[in-house]
Design a protein around this ligand. Structure first.
Ligand code: 2RA
Length: 330
């Protein structure tokens, strides 16, 4: 197995390497790829030094799998070129997610739709992944009618420079700005760019990707995505209306029995999911489970996950693992 990590110098790229090591992902060759300005740099991985390669060099080596986290433009330009030499591209950007010819995969939910012919596979948006991980088993049982979600997203979702802006503001240092406003001691209802319908691209990702992954366009979704000065993970307040009624005890046990989901729900003892505890973890944490008493068949829940892990790197590596296990990687 020859595997490439494209965008190896970014936050997600670094997390992908961490996950590959932690999960002892088996490979014969590893190629680290980044933009021209990083070519030639050395990155240490599992005690070995790897020299960053250019896209052109990596394509010539024809990796079996290339995990991309290099932005949508780079993916649109280079993923097809890797695919042409037979590489399976698992892409973290939004470039291919809503392309009707591409699969949008959370392995635990819809890994089964991947075929040997798939060459470019899209990794969903982090805020979508953690939400559908908790909702998919409930959808199977009670059939979702409508989702209202508000998110509280870590600055790590924007990248290294955003973390730097937050830390500089916290120390009173005037540094480079990524956001249009101060982020520390603040909350920005503005993730990605605004669209003509008044939503942001991030909000419409949650709407559209959720319906594609759950394979059900009857599901209504509306979202408000907010950036907050935290690291460690994204948090989401989810209000979900089902076609069928539910018992809270049954919801709890369904979630507790769902691989990759951990229920943390004991408010009397101050037990509920928090990003400070999801940091570095691969699971999706669910709590604050309670019936919405304002309308029937409706549940409130609080969902937290490390957006760099299950929200990006781990999900991508799990897709590669899934395809290897199912002999979908030639
Ligand atoms: C964010 N979900 O949090 C987006 C992309 N990582 O900024």
């Amino acid at each position: 197995m020859k595997i490439a990590v494209v965008g190896a110098t970014g936050l997600v790229g670094a997390e992908i390497l961490k996950v590959l090591e932690e999960r002892d992902f088996r490979f014969d060759e590893l190629y680290l790829v980044a933009s021209a300005k990083s070519v030639g740099q050395i990155i240490k991985f599992k005690g070995k030094e790897y020299t960053i390669k250019s896209m052109e060099e990596a394509i010539k080596l024809a990796p079996d799998v290339a995990i991309f986290s290099a932005g949508g433009g780079t993916s649109l330009e280079w993923a097809p070129k890797f695919a042409e030499v037979g590489t399976i591209v698992i892409d973290n950007s939004s470039a291919w997610r809503m392309d009707p010819t591409k699969k949008l995969i959370v392995p635990e939910i819809n890994g089964h739709v991947i075929t040997i012919d798939d060459r470019i596979i899209a990794n969903p948006n982090c805020s979508t992944i953690q939400m559908v991980m908790a909702l998919a088993p409930l959808h199977a049982k009670y059939k979702i009618k409508r989702i209202v979600v508000a998110t509280y997203q870590s600055v790590t979702g924007t990248g290294k420079d955003a973390v730097l802006q937050m830390m500089n503001e916290r120390k009173g240092i005037d540094g480079p700005k990524v956001y249009p406003h101060p982020i520390d001691m603040n909350a920005l209802p503005h993730i990605d760019s605004f669209l003509d319908n008044g939503y942001t691209k991030e909000e419409m990702k949650m709407v559209n990707e959720t319906r594609k992954i759950l394979n059900d366009n009857t599901i209504g979704v509306t979202s408000t995505t907010v950036r907050i000065p935290s690291v460690g993970g994204h948090s989401e307040a989810v209000n979900v209306e089902f076609h069928e009624d539910f018992k809270l005890s049954e919801v709890r046990s369904i979630l507790a029995d769902t691989p990759g989901v951990i229920v943390q729900d004991d408010p009397k003892n101050n037990i509920y999911p928090m990003p400070i505890n999801s940091h570095g973890r691969d699971e999706v944490f669910v709590g604050r489970l309670r019936r919405d008493e304002s309308q029937p068949n409706t549940l409130n829940m609080w969902i937290v996950a490390d957006n760099l892990r299950k929200g990006a790197a781990t999900n991508a590596v799990q897709i590669a693992e899934f395809m290897t296990e199912k002999s979908l990687v030639e």
